[in-house]
Design a protein around this ligand. Structure first.
Ligand code: ARG
Length: 575
C-alpha cells in the first residue's frame, strides 16, 4: 500500500532510470520549490549529466517522456537547464490520502534501527520550587521524549535531581543554626525547607565562616555522616514530592527519579579511572583534568574539590558511565539551558578520554531563556523569579476569563479541566513554536488567544472539526475525490506528514511540528470555507470531504500529543 507520494514516484523513476541505463541513485524527487509550476521536481538529470558528461536537457527529456506515460502523472515538463517538473493526477493524490486515512500511524514511519535513548531533562534542585527557567527543559524534553518514542526508539527519561551539591550542606547548617541540632529536621515541609535555603543563601553570601561550615557539612554528608544523611533523605523526599506535582501538571514524564547523589559511587570510580589512565592531576588540593585548548580556552574539569567533595562535573561524568553500563544507552540527550554548553562540552570530552561511553552519542540540546517584554529573563511584577506554579496559575486565570458560566451540560469541574488543558497547551505551544536555541518573550497578552499561532487556536481547530464530524453523523466517509484547488492543497499538505515528523525527529526540533500543525489547521480552514460537507455537490463528495476532515482532526490531535498538548473534544467560549 503506497503511503508516500515521493516514495511511489521515486519507485517509478527508479524503473525508468534502469530502463534508460541511468544510475538509479539519482532517481529522487522532492516537493517542488515552485508549487505554481509542479507538485514535485527531480533534479537528477543535472547531476547525472555532470557524472556522465552528457547533455542534461536530453537526459531529462528522455526520462520525462517515459514518466508521462504513467497513469498517475498528470504532466511532466523539462525546464531550465534540465529540471524535471512533475504534476500528479488528482486521483493519485486521492488514493494516497485514502491509504493514509486507513493507516494507524497515518503513514508515519519508524526508524530503521531503533536506539536506546536516555533523556536527561528537568534538573530540579532540592528545596527550590520549579521556576520559569525549568519550564523549557520540561516542555521541550517531554516533546522530544514523545517524538523519539513515536518513531520507535526506546526512551528512558531521568529527572537528574540536583540533590548533592553545596546547597545541601547550606540547608543542614541553617537548620542546625536555628534548632541547635537536626532532631526536628524530619518534621519540616517544603515551604519550611525552602525558607531555610533562602536564609542560608543570604547568610553564606555575607559570612565566610557560614560558607565554610556549609562546605564542611556537604563534604561530610557526601562521605556518609549518618546523621546528615538521615536529615538529607527527608529534604530530598519532600522536594521530590513537591516537584512531582508540578511535572504532573505539565505532563512531563520521568521513568527514573535518580539524582546527582546516585552517582556518588560511580564518581569515585571516575576519579580512579582518571588517575589510572594518568589523565588527572592535583591542582591546589583539587583533582582536575586539563583539556586541550583547540581554538577557545577551556577551563579544566574539576573532579574532586579541594575539600574532598565531588564537583557538579564529576557527577555528570559518572552518570554517563551508569547510563551506559546499567541502562545500555546508545544515545544520551540532555535538554538543559544553553548557558551550560561549556559544561557539557567538557563533560563529553572527558567521557571520551576516559573511554566510558564508546560509540555512545552524547547530545546537549541547549535552549534559550524565557524572557519578559523587556527582553530580560522573565520575572514577576516585583522583579523576583517567576515560580512555575504561579505562571501556570496566571495562565489559567487568563483562560478562565474567556470561559462561559457552568451549566447543566458543562459543569464547573468540566470547565476547570478544560481551563487547565487550554492553559497548559497555551504555555507549551508558545514555547514549542520557537526554535529551541533561541530565547523567546513570554507574551502575557497573546499566548492564550484563540486566534494566531497559539495552542488554543489549534485546539479550537480540532474542536471545530469534531463538531463538523458530529453534524455529519449520517454520512459515511468514503474515497477522497479532489474537486477544487483548496482540496488539492490540503491533500498535498497532509501527504507531508511523515517527512515532517522525521525531520522533527532528526533535528530534535519540535517547532517543525508546531509549524506544520499551524499551517495544516489554516489550510483546513481555507479548504472548509469553500468545501461544504453537508451541502456537497454529491453524496460521494460529502463522503470524501468527511474523510479528509477526520484525517486532519486525527493528525492535528496526534501531533499535539507529540508536543505534549491535549486536544479537548469541545472548546467553550463566553458568548
Ligand atoms: N540541577 C542543575 C541546575 O539547576 C541542572 C541539571 C542539568 N542536568 C544535568 N545532567 N547536568 O543547574
Amino acid at each position: 500500500m503506497d503511503l508516500s507520494i515521493e516514495k511511489t514516484i521515486n519507485q517509478k523513476l527508479h524503473t525508468i532510470f534502469q530502463e534508460l541505463n541511468l544510475d538509479p541513485k539519482f532517481a529522487v524527487v522532492k516537493v517542488s520549490d515552485r508549487p505554481d509550476l509542479s507538485d514535485l521536481q527531480c533534479n537528477g538529470a543535472l547531476a547525472l549529466a555532470k557524472q556522465e558528461k552528457k547533455n542534461p536537457r536530453e537526459i531529462a527529456q528522455a526520462i520525462a517522456s517515459r514518466l508521462e506515460q504513467d497513469a498517475d502523472i498528470e504532466k511532466v515538463s523539462v525546464d531550465g537547464p534540465g529540471f524535471i517538473n512533475i504534476s500528479l493526477t488528482d486521483s493519485f493524490i486521492g488514493r494516497i490520502i485514502d491509504n493514509l486515512s486507513a493507516d494507524d500511524r497515518k503513514g508515519c514511519e519508524k526508524v530503521a534501527s531503533p536506539k536506546k535513548i536516555v533523556m536527561d531533562f528537568g534538573g530540579p534542585n532540592v528545596a527550590k520550587s520549579l521556576h520559569v527557567g525549568h519550564l523549557r527543559s520540561a516542555v521541550i524534553g517531554e516533546s522530544i521524549r514523545r517524538i523519539e518514542t513515536f518513531v520507535g526508539n526506546e526512551v528512558i527519561s531521568d529527572v537528574h535531581f540536583g540533590d548533592w551539591g553545596t546547597p545541601m550542606g547550606m540547608i543542614l547548617a541553617e537548620i542546625i543554626n536555628q534548632d541547635g541540632n537536626l532532631s526536628k529536621a524530619e518534621s519540616y515541609n517544603i515551604e519550611e525547607i525552602s525558607a531555610f535555603y533562602k536564609k542560608a543563601n543570604i547568610r553564606c553570601k555575607e559570612d565566610e565562616t557560614a560558607k565554610e561550615t556549609a562546605r564542611v557539612i556537604t563534604a561530610e554528608l557526601q562521605n556518609g555522616n549518618p546523621e546528615y544523611r538521615k536529615a538529607w533523605q527527608h529534604l530530598r523526599k519532600v522536594s521530590i514530592d513537591a516537584v512531582k506535582k508540578n511535572y504532573d501538571e505539565l505532563e512531563a514524564h520521568f521513568d527514573l527519579w535518580l539524582g546527582e547523589s546516585d552517582a556518588h559511587q560511580a564518581s569515585s570510580d571516575i576519579v580512579k579511572i582518571a588517575a589510572d589512565k594518568g589523565l588527572s592531576e592535583i591542582d591546589d588540593g583539587a583533582t582536575i583534568i586539563r583539556l586541550e585548548e583547540t581554538n577557545k580556552p577551556k577551563p579544566p574539569v574539576i573532579l574532586v574539590k579541594s575539600d574532598g567533595g565531588f564537583a557538579y562535573q564529576v557527577t555528570d561524568i559518572a552518570t554517563i558511565k551508569m547510563r551506559v553500563d546499567d541502562l545500555n544507552a546508545d544515545e544520551i540527550i540532555y535538554v538543559v539551558d544553553k548557558r551550560q554548553s561549556l559544561h557539557f562540552e567538557q563533560v563529553f570530552e572527558v567521557a571520551q578520554k576516559l573511554g566510558i561511553a564508546p560509540n555512545v552519542n552524547l547530545l546537549h540540546i541547549g535552549f534559550g531563556t524565557v524572557n519578559g517584554a523587556d527582553g530580560k529573563p522573565f520575572k514577576t511584577r516585583d522583579g523576583g523569579v517567576m515560580n512555575l506554579e504561579d505562571l501556570i496559575k496566571l495562565s489559567k486565570d487568563k483562560v478562565r476569563e474567556s470561559m462561559p458560566e457552568p451549566d447543566k451540560q458543562y459543569n464547573a469541574a468540566y470547565i476547570e479541566n478544560l481551563v487547565s488543558e487550554i492553559a497548559i497547551g497555551a504555555i507549551k505551544f508558545q514555547d514549542l513554536k520557537n526554535n529551541i536555541a533561541s530565547g523567546y518573550v513570554f507574551d502575557l497578552e497573546d499566548f492564550a488567544k484563540f486566534e494566531g499561532k497559539t495552542g488554543p487556536y489549534i485546539q479550537y481547530a480540532i474542536a471545530r472539526i469534531n463538531s463538523i464530524i458530529r453534524k455529519a453523523e449520517n454520512i459515511k466517509s468514503g474515497n477522497v475525490i479532489i474537486t477544487n484547488p483548496e482540496e488539492r492543497t490540503l491533500a498535498l499538505k497532509i501527504a507531508q506528514l511523515n517527512n515532517t515528523v522525521m525531520r522533527a525527529h532528526e533535528s530534535k526540533e519540535p517547532s517543525i511540528l508546531s509549524d506544520y500543525v499551524y499551517t495544516l489547521a489554516q489550510t483546513f480552514s481555507t479548504f472548509y470555507n469553500v468545501s461544504s460537507i453537508m451541502n456537497a455537490e454529491s453524496p460521494e463528495i460529502a463522503a470524501s470531504r468527511l474523510r479528509l476532515a477526520t484525517l486532519v482532526r486525527d493528525i492535528l490531535a496526534m501531533l499535539l500529543n507529540l508536543l505534549g498538548i491535549k486536544s479537548p473534544e469541545v472548546m467553550l467560549k463566553k458568548a
